[in-house]
Design a protein around this ligand. Sequence first.
Ligand code: ATP
Ligand code: MG
Length: 559
Amino acid sequence: MSEETTKPSNFIRNIIKADNESGKHGGRVHTRFPPEPNGYLHIGHAKSICLNFGLANDYDGLCNLRFDDTNPQKENEEFVNAIKEDVRWLGFDWQERLFFSSNYFEQLYTYAVQLIEQGNAYVCDLNAEQTREYRGTLTEPGKNSPYRDRSIAENLDLFSRMRAGEFVDGSKLLRAKIDMASPNVNMRDPALYRIRHDVVHHQTGTEWCIYPMYDYTHCLSDSIEGITHSVCTLEFADHRPLYDWFLDTLKVECHPQQIEFSRLNLQYSITSKRKLTKLVEEGLVEGWSDPRMSTISGMRRRGYPAAAIREFCERIGVTKSDNSVEMEILDACIRENLNENATRAMVVLDPVKVIITNYPEDKTEELIAPKHPQNESMGTRVVPFSRELYIDRADFKEEANNKFKRLVKDKEVRLRNAYVIRCDEVIKDEKGEITELHCSYDPATLGANPEGRKVKGVIHWVSAAHGVKAEVRLYDRLFNHPHPDSDKEVDDFTVHLNSDSLVTLTESVVERSLVDAQAGTVYQFEREGYFCADSELCRDGKLVFNRTVTLRDTWAKIA
Ligand code: ATP
Ligand code: MG
C-alpha cells in the first residue's frame, strides 16, 4: 500500500491528488530538490528535502537532486559534495538523477536565441546603476530601456558576441522583453544573461563567459527534467508569473506547476545560508559543522539522528503561512528517538574521589549493567567496581534536607547498578575544597535493597582505576534571542550570539565500555543527557563527547 493513505494530508498533497485524478501530468509525480551550491544545507533545507523526496516516495514518483549552479562566484565543489553527503545522510536517494543546471547551458543558450528570434529578448547596454533606475519602484512603473527596440538581427549578433567574449563584465545584459510597467517588478524586463569573465565554474570551467540568471534557469531546468510539481518557498510566489512566462513563451513540452510553501524558521537559530556563511567566515563558530550550527552537518556532528530530523519535518507540517517553530519541538523529536535507541553509560562530568574504606584494595568486581533499561535485546555491559571511584561533585553535600536525594555526609545512597554506600568522612585541602569522600559499602545491597531498608537516592559513578578521561562539550543554543535575524532593534544578528553556548569540561571520566566509542555514536550518560562521540576530535585515543541534548527541557523552566 502506498503511504498516501496513511499520512496526514496537506495542500500540496491535495493538489497532487487532484492532478492524478484529472490526469494532468499523466499521473506522474516528479519533484526535485534544487540547492544552489553556495553553502552548507541547514534545517530549513531538511524540510524541503523531506517534502520533495517524501512526495515522490508516497506517490510512486521520482525526485531529482539538481544543483542550480548559475553563480560560479559564490559556488564551489566543496559545497556540492557536502550537500550530496547531507541529502544521503538524511536518508534520501536520487539514484542516477544527479543533475546540474550547468548541464543545460547549451540548451539554455538555444532557448535564449529562440526568445530573441521571437522578439521577446534583447541585448541591453545600460549599466547596473542605470538598469536599477529604469526599473522603477514598487509604487512607480519602470521606463523602457533605450536599447529595447534593437532589431532581432542586431540582438542575435550581439548575443553571440557576448558568448564569444567580446564584451567586458557588466557592459551588456540579455533581457526578456516583457513589461516595464508591470506592477510585478519581476516582470520588468528581467535579465536572462550576464557577462562574467575570470571565474572558473566548478562544473564547466572556463567554457562560458556568460551565465544565465537564476529565474530563467530554474524553470527551464525543471522543464527539461520533466518535473511535474516544482515545490519552492513562499518568496518565489512573486516570481511564478515569470516562471510561467518563460515556459509559455518558449512553448516547451513540459510545463511544471510551481507550488509555494512557507519556509521553516526555527527559534533561536538561523536558516539563511548567507548568515551562516558570516558566522563561519568571521570565525564566530568552529566551521560549518560546528555542533551548535543549524546546518545538517552540524546537527549530524551534534548527534541528532537523521530519523529524528525527518520526524520533526513531518510533525511541523506544510502550510502557506509564515511561522517560527519552537526549538522544543525539535528537541522532543531528538529525545524520543534517543531515549529509545541510545545505549546507557555512566560518566562523571565533574569528578570527586570516593574511597570505599571497607572494600579490599586489590579487588575488582565486574558488575553487569543493561545497555538499555527497557530494551533487553540491546544486551549488557560490564562495569568494573573497585575501592576507588568517582562521583559527580554536584551529587554530594555535607548537609542537606530530604529533598536532596543524593549522597550526604553520614547518610546512604545507592550507586547505580552496584551497592549502597554511606559517607563517613569528608577530606578537604587547605582551601576547604573537598578532595575525597571516605565511604563504606554494604555488600548485602548489590542489585536490591535488603528488606525494610529504604534508600531513595541513586547516583552514577565510575571506577577510578578503570574509567577513562574524556573531554565533554556542553552545548547550548547558539543564540539567546528567539528571532536573532529579525530583531529590528539591532543591525547585526551576531549581537544575539549566546556567549555560553559552549562549555568544555576536560576532567570528565567515562566508564570503561566507552573507551572505543565509535565517532557519531550517541549514548545516554545516565542522569546527565545524550552525548555523541565527536567525529572530528576523537582521534589518537582522545575521547571527546558532544552533548546532543539534555534529558529534560531545561529552557521551559527558565522561561
Ligand atoms: P538560503 O536563504 O538559506 O540561502 P536558499 O533558498 O537560497 O536558502 P537554496 O539552495 O536555493 O537556498 O535552497 C534549495 C531549496 O531549499 C529551495 O527550494 C528553497 O526553497 C528550499 N529552502 C531553503 N530554505 C528553506 C527553509 N528555511 N525552509 C524550507 N525550505 C527551504
Ligand atoms: Mg535560493
